[in-house]
Design a protein around this ligand. Structure first.
Ligand SMILES: C[S@@+](CC[C@H](N)C(=O)[O-])C[C@H]1O[C@@H](n2cnc3c(N)ncnc32)[C@H](O)[C@@H]1O
Length: 489
């Protein structure tokens, strides 16, 4: 049980982590990574190799990153009586005779110190109130989050509270909710450890604890794993197939303010021959939100079941075989032909809503929040200037655009082949074009209006084709605006 910490105690606890360079940079300098060792990766020996010296920093690392049990007296000598006493009093360490161990793992992430349970160990089954350490879906949600200034933000299914703490830096207030009381206890601890006093925790399912609140931003990394069992609250979709994610898509808008965003990472199934885009489009109808859905991964059910099984503690081979078979008959029974993963950003907006669906482009990396915001602003620009007003707009090529020319050696000389128009961005764009289209886009210099650039093109086209070309060119220009290749001058 963790005790509530005052600001002063939290600062004292935190100071030692800082002084001993227990930070992303500090750990990377030693191990080349700030992530903890994982039994599945069999990399514990590699970590041990760098910890041969007995000193204060290594003691902190052994306790809070490696999860080791140490001789109590040595830990007290190296980290100080007062500090170790404080850690024990708060409940961050537990003593057993002359041994001491940490009760939670602490990992530095993006200038935060984040406590959670230690990663799965093959010896220890996960209890139901397991507070999951940071993992790929948490990193994705962090990177996709739109970080504007908010009055009120919700982190639904907060777990260790990492997204609540990150949002607290750009929100007046954050509500962090979870069905698990232990998660909220750890979230409160993390909020204090990171010196945040604007996070309120509330226990309950989905939107129940925030029924009367309206948010500028809702983020969620919900339990989205698609398996027939319901043994682990922190990971498994509690409704049929991807039902929990669908419920969130359809209920979140009620708790958004006009213009507010809902962002979620999740997984969904493909049923039989039905295109997944068509199935998901039906989720977003009548939500009163614009939505931008990005698919990042696709697995055949047989692989998906394998990967999800591998995350569990192996009790026996026979048990593995049973769990795997249960998963496969669940997928077969529901005609699941693929499982997809990705992220969605929804924005509440009155009017005719749009849905943008795409696959994550190659090379996407880093913080995508600004790219999402730009994408929504571009759609607003198109909407505001649609039809009659569009020719009067002044556009220019984004300064981050470059054209890459591919040449092929044919019959003794280099022949110009396709051209890729690339936008360098966290969410990159690459469009294959021919020379005339690239030339046409080059005409958008920020001085001439769209109508003038179009007329210059149409002047070179036979009259009977002008209406069609104008229509096609205009659609292409709008698509380039939507994707950030052309921007308002
Ligand atoms: C995948 S974990 C994500 C934790 C954390 N937000 C992160 O990104 O690391 C999902 C969290 O949702 C919580 N949860 C599960 N079912 C829930 C429900 N019906 N309502 C609210 N939270 C729920 C779990 O307890 C768990 O903490």
């Amino acid at each position: 049980m963790l005790k509530t910490m005052s600001y002063e105690l939290a600062s004292r606890l935190r100071d030692t982590f800082q002084q001993l360079e227990y930070s992303t940079e500090g750990l990377e300098a030693i191990f080349g990574t700030a992530s903890p060792p994982l039994d599945q990766n069999r990399n514990r020996s590699r970590f041990e190799y760098f910890l041969n010296e007995e000193n204060a920093q290594n003691t902190l690392i052994r306790l809070f990153l490696m999860g080791e049990t140490l001789p109590r007296d040595r830990a007290y000598d190296l980290l100080g009586q007062e500090w170790m006493g404080l850690a024990g009093e708060i409940g961050l360490t537990a003593e057993d005779g002359d041994l001491v161990a940490a009760t939670l793992m602490i990992v530095p992430y993006k200038n935060m110190l984040v406590a959670s349970d230690f990663p799965i160990s093959s010896a220890v089954p996960k209890p139901d109130d397991y507070v999951i350490p940071l993992g790929p879906s948490a990193y994705s949600l962090f990177d996709m989050t739109i970080r504007r200034h908010n009055h009120l933000t919700l982190d639904l299914g907060t777990g260790c509270g990492v997204h609540a703490i990150a949002a607290a830096r750009h929100s007046n207030r954050v509500l962090a909710t979870d069905i698990s009381p232990r998660s909220l206890e750890v979230t409160k601890f993390n909020a204090a450890l990171n010196l945040m006093d604007n996070i309120e925790t509330r226990q309950g399912s989905l939107f129940e604890p925030v029924f009367n609140d309206r948010f500028d931003l809702i983020v969620s990394n919900p339990p989205f794993v698609i398996v027939p069992s319901q043994n682990f609250t922190y990971r498994e979709n509690s409704l049929e197939l991807d039902g929990l994610a669908k419920t969130l898509v359809q209920t979140a808008p009620r708790n958004l303010r006009e213009g507010g965003y809902f962002q979620m990472v999740f997984e969904w199934v493909q049923i039989d021959e039905q295109p997944w885009e068509e199935r998901l489009a039906s989720w977003f109808q009548s939500t009163g939100c614009d939505a931008w859905l990005v698919k990042t991964a696709t697995e055949h059910p047989s692989w998906y079941a394998h990967y999800r099984l591998r995350e569990l503690v192996q009790k026996s081979e026979a048990d593995d075989a049973r769990i795997y078979a249960d998963c496969m008959s669940y997928y077969n029974e529901h005609k699941v032909t693929a499982v997809h993963g990705g992220m969605v950003t929804m924005r509440k907006r009155e009017g005719k809503n749009w849905l943008r669906v795409e696959t994550m482009p190659d090379g996407a990396s880093g913080e995508l929040g600004p790219s999402f915001l730009k994408g929504f602003a571009a759609r607003d620009f198109i909407e505001e200037n649609e039809d009659a007003k569009f020719p009067a707009t002044r556009l220019k090529l984004s300064p981050s655009v470059e054209a890459v020319l591919h040449s092929q050696f044919r019959e003794g000389s280099w022949a110009t082949g396709k051209i890729d128009l690339n936008l360098r961005d966290a969410f990159p764009v690459s469009v294959e074009m021919d020379g005339s289209a690239v030339e046409f886009l080059g005409g958008f210099d920020g001085q001439r209006t769209t109508g003038e650039v179009l007329n210059a093109l149409l002047g070179q086209i036979p009259e009977d084709q002008r209406a069609r070309v104008k229509n096609e060119a205009l659609r292409m220009v709008m698509s380039m605006v939507e994707r950030g290749v052309l921007v308002s001058a």
